[in-house]
Design a binder for this molecule. Structure first.
Ligand SMILES: C[S@@+](CC[C@H](N)C(=O)[O-])C[C@H]1O[C@@H](n2cnc3c(N)ncnc32)[C@H](O)[C@@H]1O
Length: 287
């Protein structure tokens, strides 16, 4: 596993796809969702989306990608759509974009959310996830992990009380090459909270590996989908919901916003989205 400090200090041109995957996949956020992501995740689906958008959206569509994590798959969508002739611009959002890398002891760092929730601990020779795994209980490693977690988190909280402390570095939990793309902007946003600056702004929304049954109860998923529905332009706006399974197969559904109060399913990939029934039931405001 790559140390957090090493990741943030590696120049853009030396960061390999493997390093990006390795780093982001090992982060679990405070709301217990993972930043898991990998390259070419949607290479089977992007050609269909391109074809669909070429026929059903303006030539310079505005897209919203929610729950982008590192933004690796956002760049891939952007490149695929641009190469296919769409002058797309993408806004990528995530509940967790900004974080702090805090030097807690000499040669030791804690990567924490703005709330202080720990994401990773770097020690001089190893880097460590904060949470205890079942294997740790068999090996006894949980004692060390809990000790480091308590010590590093407490120290990080102490240091963060003084925002001007030189031991604090502000970092973005997004792959640097995403931030370097002119047509992509990334910002913090919680899908479960309605954002009025997004109202009717987008021709296409993608929710990849975030609107999962295992992450949120149906009521929260319904709220999230209703919010997204209001961000889409009528009637052509479309929503793509997908989940990648352990064997890397994608199961998703493309929905159309239409003029009415409900989404309509347009196309299924694999067995379709696991939350297709939830999406179809959501009622959006008449106006
Ligand atoms: C598994 S990653 C998906 C990454 C990318 N979309 C992909 O498929 O490769 C899930 C992301 O959703 C984000 N997330 C979880 N809850 C969220 C919420 N309520 N609002 C916005 N993003 C959220 C997490 O922070 C995480 O980065």
């Amino acid at each position: 596993m790559l140390a957090a400090k090493t990741f943030f200090e590696t120049p853009l041109e030396q960061l390999t796809p493997r390093m990006e995957e390795d780093f982001f996949t090992s982060l679990m956020t405070r709301n217990k969702t993972y930043k898991t992501t990998f390259h070419d995740r949607f290479s089977d689906i992007n050609p269909y989306l391109l074809d669909y958008l070429l026929h059903h959206s303006p030539s310079a569509p505005k897209a919203l990608d929610v729950g982008v994590s590192s933004g690796i798959s956002t760049v891939e969508l952007y490149d695929d759509l641009r190469q296919g002739g769409l002058e797309v611009e993408i806004v990528g959002t995530d509940i967790l974009v900004d974080a702090f890398l805090v030097k807690v002891f000499p040669r030791c760092h804690a990567l924490v959310e703005p709330s202080g929730f720990p994401l990773r601990f770097d020690l001089p020779l190893v880097t460590m996830k904060p949470w205890v795994t079942r294997r740790d209980y068999y090996s006894g490693f949980f004692i060390l992990r809990k000790f480091v977690n308590t010590l590093f988190t407490h120290r990080a909280h102490q240091i963060l009380r003084n925002p001007g402390d030189a031991r604090i570095s502000e970092v973005k939990l997004v792959a640097p090459r995403v931030l370097a793309k002119a047509g992509i902007s990334v910002c913090t946003d919680d899908i479960s909270r309605y954002n009025n600056t997004f109202e009717a702004r987008f021709d296409f929304v993608r929710a990849a590996n975030v609107l999962n049954q295992g992450y949120f109860p149906p009521t929260v998923l319904s709220t999230m989908i209703a919010n997204i529905g209001r961000y889409l332009r009528k009637p052509h706006g479309s929503l793509f919901v997908v989940r990648t399974h352990e064997n890397r197969a994608n199961h998703g559904t493309l929905f159309r916003r239409g003029d009415g109060q409900h989404f309509e399913a347009v196309h299924r990939f694999g067995s379709g989205s696991e939350i297709e029934d939830v999406v179809l039931r959501v009622e959006m405001p008449a106006e």
